[in-house]
Design a binder for this molecule. Structure first.
Ligand code: F6R
Length: 622
């Protein structure tokens, strides 16, 4: 994860870098640092904690530097202390490196460098890079581009996933950048060039963007970019114009991005319906997938992490129950090292809001590779579900469903989860219709229900937020929560628990309600509130019974349930009411009060809701 930025051109490099880092802080905020060049002298300033600490530490510049690199860190190797903050320097302090990723063979490289007398000042994997580049610069002096060549020689020795930006006081007219399985894009302005881990850092200055591919490095000068492979072969590629909606990266009067993004959810549902199911006529879903992907389909396997994994569990329910396709959901991180035997006629779906999660990309790539020389029935059919079609995922898979939510800034996923759910509803309905497992009337009913959803979500947001904010006071000091759901709402119990723990730091567990009695019920007493998702349908009475089992152990019961159901007031101590909706579409509404509850508890506890401790928005390391 981590965010890297670089700039060369006529502006104040420091200003450009700080602006860029601010936009990339969602990627990590354990420390931040800048290296700039002032008359052939490298100036490096680093600080533990958020970017504001770095800003405070910067002394005024007598004259602005015109070239520099910057970094915001999510700690992997080495504690989040200043000495581990990037940029890292070589021994003479003439060369600075920022890295996003992990250098897997750093221990071996570090040992070799130490044997040659090199002194290390940090515990990071990154620090081997400036020392190595510096040592190669001795050999590459006669090369037309000594810095580029030294970096090229070094990256060929590195194992792992990484993106780099490198600045050297001896070559003040250039920056060298590298991409290997970690994102890096380059932006172009008149007489200036920018680079960054993600496009939000570039859009204040330019929309002309070129994305580096894996195994590429580039030499940036104010006049443009020279692109090369790791083998040193020159490449030519033109930048593209980036479409961008600046409104998405402003809080617009909301206290936090998270609450703003919760409020954007009705819009995400509307956008998905408008784009993929604009009318209710015959053949109403248009996902643009190749027809032959649907032929003989025997299995779907879904790969994801965290909240995306929860959305995938809802997807499994829908694909099996509506489309009759056996579906497996894997944690991408587990799939990579223990994939199941190859199955024929299988659709593989990678779900990742950022499109950059290393485990999900790694699992998809594994699937692509291991199916590449197979008989036709076993060939890969790889589909990505993402909010960022321009991401690495977009380059890896041949087909995407864009969940159309726009960039999400709050680290806790909310609107992107709703978008992922919408993608699965549309896919399951499309498949169900084509496979004949879904009668046209049933399809129309579900689509009609989906069309009512934006209004239903708005009703919860407008009608319940104040009540939930008040209720949050009662639970702000609670230490443990249990979330229960069954059937299609079991993944929502998992998601409710994850939202609460990641932003409020309260321990929370999600369980399938029927499993409580097989062990976890021992945890319950009057201090452990239980949130039960009870939407009328196949498992409604079962969930109520499971909730009552908890109540019999003195647990306070909070029900996510429609008002007006008989006897509900006697079961639950508190109700988070939802509008009545059919069970099959209920996850799209039951998750909303749980997001609001987590948000208000965390905000009341005075926590950093948008940037919770230890987390980052985009997990680009294994
Ligand atoms: C939780 C959250 C994470 C992500 C996970 C996968 O709110 O955001 O659990 O869901 O890191 O991220 P993506 O979807 O970008 O692959």
């Amino acid at each position: 994860m981590c965010g890297i930025v670089g700039y060369i051109g006529p502006r104040s490099a420091r200003e450009v870098l700080l602006t860029g880092l601010e936009k990339l802080e969602y990627r990590g905020y354990d420390s931040a640092g800048l290296a700039t060049l002032h008359n052939h002298t490298l100036e490096c300033v680093r600080s533990k904690g958020k970017l504001e600490n770095l800003r405070r530490k910067l002394a005024p510049e007598s004259e602005p530097a015109r070239v520099g690199i910057g970094h915001t860190r999510w700690a992997t190797h080495g504690k989040p202390e200043e000495h581990n903050a990037h940029p890292h320097l070589d021994a003479p302090e003439r060369l600075a490196v920022v890295q996003n990723g992990i250098i897997e063979n750093y221990l071996e490289l570090r040992r070799q460098l130490q044997e040659r007398g090199c002194q290390f000042r940090s515990d990071t994997d990154t620090e081997v890079i400036p020392h190595l580049v510096s040592s190669y610069l001795e050999q590459t002096r006669d090369h037309p581009h000594p810095l580029l060549e030294a970096v090229r020689l070094v990256v060929n020795q590195l194992q792992g996933a990484f993106a780099l930006a490198i600045l050297c006081a001896d070559y003040p007219e250039e920056l060298v950048v590298v991409r290997q399985h970690a994102p890096l894009c380059i932006g172009f302005g008149p007489g200036e060039v920018f680079c960054a881990s993600d496009t939000p850092a570039l859009v204040p200055y330019t929309r002309q963007v070129l994305t580096l591919e894996n195994g590429e490095l580039a030499r940036l000068t104010p006049n443009g970019v020279e692109l090369y492979t790791f083998a040193g072969e020159p490449l030519t590629r033109s930048p593209h114009h980036l479409n961008w909606n600046p409104v998405l990266v402003e809080k617009q009067g909301f206290r936090h991005f998270m609450i703003k993004e919760i409020y954007e959810q009705p819009g995400v549902v509307r956008s998905c319906l408008q784009a993929y199911a604009p009318d209710l006529g015959p053949g109403p879903i248009h996902l643009g997938l190749p027809d032959d992907w649907y032929q003989d389909l025997e299995q779907v396997q879904i790969l994801g992490c965290g909240t995306s994994w929860h959305a995938s569990l809802v997807g499994k329910y829908l694909l099996e129950q509506l489309a009759g396709v056996p579906t497996l959901v894997h944690y991408a991180s587990e799939f990579r090292y223990a994939p199941p035997p190859l199955s024929p006629n299988t659709l593989t779906v990678g779900v990742t809001q950022s499109g950059e999660t290393a485990d999900t990309l790694g699992a998809l790539d594994l699937e692509r590779q291991r199916r590449s020389n197979c008989a036709p029935a076993y060939r890969a059919r790889l589909l990505g579900v993402t909010n960022r079609p321009e991401s690495t995922l977009g380059h890896l898979v041949p087909q995407l469903i864009d969940t159309l939510g726009g960039i999400e800034i709050g680290v806790a996923a909310t609107k992107t989860f709703i978008g992922q759910l919408m993608a699965f509803y549309l896919l399951a309905l499309d498949l169900g219709q084509r496979r004949g497992t879904l009668a046209p009337e049933r399809l129309a009913t579900i689509l009609h229900g989906l069309q009512q959803l934006p209004a239903a979500i708005e009703l919860i947001l407008e009608g319940q937020e104040h009540y939930i904010a008040t209720l949050a006071h009662r639970f702000a000091d609670t230490q443990d929560f249990i979330f229960l759901g069954r059937g299609i709402n079991y993944p929502i119990a998992l998601e409710g628990a994850l939202k609460l723990k990641e932003i409020s730091y309260i321990h929370a567990e999600g369980y399938p309600a029927g499993e409580m009695k097989h062990g976890p019920i021992a945890l319950l007493d009057a201090k452990v509130p239980v949130v039960a998702i009870a939407n009328p349908g196949m498992v409604y009475e079962k969930v109520l019974s499971n909730a009552l089992e908890a109540k019999a152990r003195d647990a306070q019961l909070i029900g996510v349930t429609p008002l007006g159901s008989q006897g509900i007031g006697e079961v639950f101590d508190h109700i988070l009411p939802i509008p009545p909706v059919e069970e099959v579409i209920s996850p799209l509404v039951t998750v909303i009060p749980l997001q609001l509850l987590a948000y208000h508890i965390a905000a009341l506890r005075g926590l950093d809701v948008d940037q919770p401790r230890n987390l980052a928005k985009s997990v680009t390391v294994e």
